[in-house]
Structure formats: structure tokens, C-alpha cells
Design a protein around this ligand. Structure first.
Ligand code: SF4
Length: 335
């Protein structure tokens, strides 16, 4: 597989690494024309296939470390590949990232799945992108091992922001959703991160099995995890397992908005920052708009025809493209 970073100089495509072959350069130029702008993108050529691995412009700016995971979440949007990635390949991508990159997001699968690979990747970021911050989307389970967290702390001197999911205030609800008996490991992982003063975001996905936990979880966070920097209440992306299980998972705003209001007000009054991700403004009442973020990556974001007349369209993050047939019911342009 050949890797290359596309760079535009004087409106001409320049390839950094992998650009010696004329045919690759021609294919990049064609690809760039089709996508409109690929400046800064990292692409891989694999026989007849071209893959975008990293794209600032399209919002695909997270690196997939592995598709493997030690949890089996009922709504996981990521399919596990047979040919898995190895960290040497991810390191090659990291080396190619623009030196001006300010944040590198590591996702999976579970990015910490292989201790050795994860530390290898952190070490490469520390070496090639000293001033970049790192965001890791992890289930926190392996972070229950304090020695592992200490190794992370020693390897990466970059600031790391951890996004860790908790789907309930009790092990029964959380474990049922993640498919493993790991509630307490995840909590221990969060405490191990806190000991090293890392910034932590708790991520909660709103779906049928977790809906009754919106308020209890916010109280649990205030009582047990008041040090977290942020709590994100997130709409569900209907991909892979979520799509397979959608009847068990999908929920509409009138089933959760009242609880969401209680939870957001409860946390904000206690000075815990909180937001709503992946939910369009017309699903929320105006008093909750202040919490809503345009969190869906532009390449996954969808607006309906009706949205053209909505006065809040520029502030609204729309819905996931993959959810468009399920989410239409409550779409109401704001006039
Ligand atoms: S009508 Fe469309 S643009 Fe307006 S709030 Fe709803 S989803 Fe967003």
C-alpha cells in the first residue's frame, strides 16, 4: 500500500511521500477534482482502490487505530475488519500529518486494545507532533490498569483529552449495553486518569435501554465524578450494530427531552459543563439550544429539503445521513 499526503501549493497538487509515480499523481489530481479540495488529506493506494485515511477538510480527522474492541456494545457503529491495522501503519500516517496539526484524535474499535500498539502510536505523536493535543475515544476498560496509565503518562507529553462512555449509574444498565462486565473497570480507569490530571469527557448515548438513566447518571456524575471536564449526551448513529438493533434502540425526542432538560440543568447548576451532540435543534426545546453542538462531521451530516426554510439551519448540526429515514418524523423547520 502506498501512502501520500496531498498538499496544494499555488493551486497545484503536490504529493508528500509516495508521489514519485506519475500514475499516483494523476489519480490524486482526479480524486482532488472530484472531492473539490483535498489539501492536507492523507490517502492510501491499495491496488485499484483509493482510501482517504485522514481529511481535515471533510471532517474525517480521526485516526482509526484498530477496529478490534474488548467491549461488544449493542449500538457499536464500527464494524470489525478481518485484516486489522497495525500500529506501524498508523505511525506512517502520523509522520505524514501536517506539522501544523493541532489535534490528533485516536479512535477505534478500542484504541488501547493492544498496549504495545497504543504506546507506539503515542510515542510517534510525541516525537513528530510535540505541540499537538491528543483526543482518545476509549471505553476506559484497560485504563483500570494503573501501570498502563502510568506508561501512557510517561510516553506522551502531549495533553490528552479522554472521551469515555458511561451508559448508566449502575453496573446492570451499563454492562447490558456494552456486552461485558466492565462498569467498575471503566470507573477505575476514569479515576486513574484523574489521578494524572487528564481532562475527561463522559459520553452518554441516548437510546431506549439508557433513556431511564439520563437523570440518575447526571446525579451519579456529580456525586462520584465531579472532576470531569465535560458530559456529552449524544444522539445515536445508525450504523453497523445500531442499524441491526435499531428497533431495540431508536427513540424519539418526546421520550427523552424532559429528562435531558433535568439532567443538563442539574449538571450546569453544579458547574459541570455539558452538551448535546448529534441531535437537531428542532428535536429540542429552545431552552436547550444553548447546549446543542454541531457535532456531526460534515461528510456524515444530512439536512432534509424542509431544512431550507429553517431560520436555525446555520446553527443546527442536522442528522446523521445514516439516520435520515428514521429521524424525519419530528423534523420541523423553525420559523
Ligand atoms: S428543520 Fe432542519 S435545519 Fe432546522 S432545526 Fe430541524 S434539522 Fe435543523
Amino acid at each position: 500500500m502506498t501512502l501520500a499526503r496531498i498538499s496544494r501549493e499555488n493551486n497545484k497538487i503536490k504529493l508528500i511521500q509516495g508521489g514519485k509515480s506519475k500514475s499516483i499523481k494523476e489519480r490524486c489530481e482526479l480524486f482532488d477534482k472530484l472531492s473539490n479540495n483535498m489539501d492536507g488529506d492523507i490517502i492510501a493506494f491499495d491496488n485499484d482502490q483509493v482510501h482517504t485515511l485522514y481529511s481535515e477538510a471533510s471532517g474525517l480527522s480521526a485516526l482509526l487505530v484498530t477496529s478490534k474492541c474488548n467491549n461488544k456494545c449493542i449500538m457499536c457503529p464500527q464494524e470489525e475488519f478481518e485484516d486489522n491495522l497495525d500500529s506501524d501503519f498508523v505511525v506512517e500516517v502520523i509522520k505524514l500529518l501536517d506539522k501544523k496539526t493541532t489535534n490528533i484524535t485516536l479512535t477505534g474499535g478500542e484504541p488501547t486494545y493492544s498496549t504495545k500498539d497504543f504506546l507506539n502510536i503515542l510515542s510517534a505523536i510525541a516525537k513528530y507532533h510535540k505541540s499537538s493535543s491528543i483526543e482518545v475515544l476509549s471505553n476506559g476498560v484497560k485504563l483500570s490498569n494503573d501501570d498502563f496509565v502510568e506508561s501512557i503518562h510517561k510516553t506522551a507529553h502531549n495533553p490528552i483529552f479522554w472521551g469515555i462512555p458511561l451508559y448508566g449509574s449502575n453496573p446492570q444498565t451499563h454492562n447490558k449495553i456494552v456486552g461485558t462486565d466492565t462498569f467498575f473497570n471503566t470507573l477505575k480507569g476514569i479515576y486513574n486518569l484523574w489521578k494524572r490530571k487528564y481532562e475527561i469527557e463522559i459520553r452518554f448515548v441516548i437510546m431506549k435501554p439508557s433513556i431511564n438513566e439520563i437523570i440518575p447518571l447526571s446525579e451519579f456524575i456529580f456525586r462520584n465524578l465531579p472532576f470531569v471536564s465535560h458530559v456529552a449526551f449524544m444522539g445515536l448513529e445508525m450504523m453497523h450494530s445500531a442499524m441491526i438493533n435499531w428497533e431495540k434502540l431508536h427513540t424519539y425526542p418526546d421520550e427523552y427531552v424532559n429528562s435531558l432538560r433535568v439532567a443538563l440543568n442539574y449538571l450546569s447548576r453544579r458547574e459541570i459543563n455539558c452538551s448535546v451532540y448529534n441531535i437537531p435543534l428542532c428535536y429540542l426545546t429552545p431552552d436547550l439550544w444553548t447546549y446543542a453542538r454541531k457535532s456531526i462531521s460534515p461528510w456524515k451530516r444530512y439536512y432534509y429539503e424542509e431544512c431550507a426554510s429553517c431560520k436555525m439551519k446555520s446553527e443546527c448540526g442536522g442528522v446523521f445521513e445514516s439516520n435520515k429515514s428514521l429521524d424525519k418524523k419530528y423534523i420541523t423547520p423553525i420559523m
